[in-house]
Design a protein around this ligand. Structure first.
Ligand SMILES: Cc1cc2nc3c(=O)[nH]c(=O)nc-3n(C[C@H](O)[C@H](O)[C@H](O)COP(=O)(O)OP(=O)(O)OC[C@H]3O[C@@H](n4cnc5c(N)ncnc54)[C@H](O)[C@@H]3O)c2cc1C
Length: 152
């Protein structure tokens, strides 16, 4: 639970910062709670001689505004099934899920910080939104997302 003072402050901020529909929802809420958002990311996707495989939220928690967490969970599982079915191999599984999680998590932090702590032109926010809407097949993975994968 949050204090009454904090709740009043949040309601005022909602009116100040949010679209009217969301500000109305915030003001009509009777039982507010705080949800901590963390940037948790596992350094590896496989452990214990591959007996433990991390997918979805267990591999990396994305910030909500990425709207990509369920997509990650589905993608990771599809990659895992392909590996188990012999359509791909261990190396491909690891690089697919690790690069995706690293890239999307870092983008979530990047656009989150820009919208939360910077005042930008509206077009920058639209650009950020479009960045998060990039189709997975069109993603280009920077070199840093590949770091250390060969030794996992
Ligand atoms: C309020 C809220 C809103 C969200 N909105 C969105 C959204 O709009 N879009 C989006 O993409 N994502 C959203 N997410 C995130 C999304 O729900 C998760 O990223 C997604 O469900 C992760 O899937 P997962 O399979 O990795 O983990 P989970 O869905 O958490 O599945 C893990 C499963 O493991 C089970 N489990 C845990 N411990 C054990 C155990 N010891 N033994 C057996 N089973 C166990 C749990 O019961 C659970 O069923 C939202 C999450 C929350 C909480």
């Amino acid at each position: 639970m949050i204090t009454w003072e904090a709740w009043e402050l949040l309601k005022a901020k909602a009116v100040d910062r949010l679209p009217p529909q969301m500000a109305e929802m915030a003001n009509k809420s009777t039982n507010p709670f705080v949800q901590a958002i963390t940037d948790v990311s596992s350094p590896k996707a496989v452990y214990m001689s591959d007996k433990v495989v991390l997918v979805g939220d267990a591999l990396a928690g994305f910030r909500p505004h990425t709207v990509a967490s369920t997509s990650q969970a589905a993608f990771d599982v599809m990659c895992l099934v392909d590996w188990l079915d012999g359509k791909t191999d261990r190396k491909e599984f690891i690089s697919s899920v690790m690069q995706y999680s690293r890239l999307i998590q870092s983008r979530g932090i990047y656009i989150g910080n820009r919208s939360q702590f910077e005042t930008l032109d509206i077009n920058d926010y639209i650009e950020d939104r479009n960045l998060m809407s990039t189709l997975r097949k069109d993603l280009v993975y920077p070199e840093w997302t590949k770091r250390g994968l060969d030794s996992m």
